[in-house]
Design a protein around this ligand. Structure first.
Ligand code: 5GP
Length: 133
């Protein structure tokens, strides 16, 4: 079981943003900017491009709704998307509110983010999430 499956199962706490029957969105524990969110499929797959086309399409549609909520909660030029997957072997999309190109810099992680601010960040994004826009 991956660490993200444990988060989805509630065995490890997370700052949840949204979920549906197939996908789960929560804050990255070491955000590169405030609002940095991960979208993961509930079904474990390591490499995102091993996910079948239909599910991958639905994952993108779910990420799109999360991105819209991030943009409402954290005004930005665009919400950027990145897939790395070098650390956790459970496919995930990084969504990052961008004001400048340099905001998408994975070397700039906040290592001990303030828990109260993380909770506020997740709640702000969650409040703008529209399951069926
Ligand atoms: P990647 O696999 O995309 O290279 O990096 C994994 C990402 O997941 C990192 O940005 C890291 O901060 C985040 N991450 C790793 N472990 C946890 C965790 O237990 N909880 C949360 N919320 N994020 C995590």
């Amino acid at each position: 079981m991956t660490i993200f499956s444990k988060i989805i199962a509630g065995e490890i706490p997370s700052y949840k943003v949204a979920e549906d029957d197939e996908f789960f969105a929560f804050l990255d524990i070491n955000p590169i900017v405030w609002g940095h969110t991960l979208v993961v499929p509930k079904q474990e797959t390591d490499y995102i491009f091993d996910i079948d086309d239909a599910r991958l399409g639905r994952m993108m549609a779910f990420a799109k709704k999360v991105a819209a909520a991030i943009k409402e909660a954290f005004p930005c030029r665009k919400v950027g998307m990145a897939v790395l997957g070098l650390e956790v072997p459970h496919a995930h999309i990084h969504l990052v509110p961008l004001k400048h190109e340099g905001d998408m810099d994975f070397a700039k992680k906040v290592s001990n983010p303030d828990p109260a601010r993380m909770a506020e960040t997740a709640a702000a994004i969650a409040s703008h999430f529209k399951p069926n826009p």
